[in-house]
Design a binder for this molecule. Structure first.
Ligand code: NI
Length: 227
């Protein structure tokens, strides 16, 4: 499943990110790649421990905590500190799979990557190309979203970013470990939660069937979640 989460950051927050990023020092994006991805990857990144990256990363994490859609779909246990990248002048990222386990440098922090996230920080009309293409068992899914919008997709997928042939594509990217490891179980919980929320809007919280379904949701979560 590829999920579009609109307006994670406001346009003001995006403008703030861009200002900080424009003034920062960029390095070769391969600092965070495994050896196979390094062959495919051609972009620039803010160093993981750069103060600019950490400051903006906190802003992104705060915004995600306030997004019911993100929480419901991802059921996050641990979120990797967001990173920031930039593609320009024909740069691209060929087809690859993200490392299963990822640690943060010089910190006691390690996650299993269940979901990958890309938060777009440039408007689609600022650049050509730069499309994120994710391949799963249901074929190809494409994302090229307004600044401030995010896409969430299973880290098990093969994916790539097409060459940026005009302007610059800047984004935040990161991974998370979900409380529910299995994609299928997590997707079912998301669908059930979404349906319950729609029923609540029609029938209210106190409706007997709404209460029963809410119980089933929590009992499935209890069965499948690690916390
Ligand atoms: Ni990737």
């Amino acid at each position: 499943m590829m999920l579009h989460i609109p307006q994670v950051l406001s346009k003001q927050q995006v403008a703030h990110c861009r200002q900080v990023m424009d003034a920062a020092q960029w390095v070769d994006g391969n600092i965070t790649s495994g050896p196979q991805a390094a062959l495919a990857k051609n972009n620039m990144q803010l160093p993981e421990t750069a103060p600019e990256a950490r400051q903006l990363g906190e802003m992104v994490l705060d915004a995600l905590e306030r997004s019911p859609l993100f929480i419901s779909a991802a059921l996050p246990l641990k979120v990797f500190p967001p990173l920031f990248n930039r593609y320009a002048g024909g740069q691209s990222f060929g087809i690859h799979v993200d490392n299963a386990i990822r640690g943060f440098p010089n910190a006691d922090f390690r996650i299993r990557t269940d979901l990958s996230c890309t938060l777009f920080l440039a408007e689609p009309d600022e650049y050509d190309g730069g499309e994120l293409i994710v391949e799963d068992t249901y074929g190809e899914h494409r994302a090229r979203l307004p600044a401030g919008d995010m896409v969430l997709y299973p880290s098990t997928s093969l994916h790539r970013v097409t060459p940026v042939t005009r302007g610059a594509r800047v984004a935040s990217f990161f991974w998370l470990q979900s409380m529910v490891r299995d994609d299928g179980q997590r997707s079912m919980l998301f669908q059930l939660d979404t349906s319950i929320q729609q029923l609540v809007a029609r029938l209210g919280n106190a409706d007997a069937q709404v209460v029963q379904l809410t119980g089933i949701y929590h009992n499935l979560l209890r069965r499948w979640a690690d916390s």
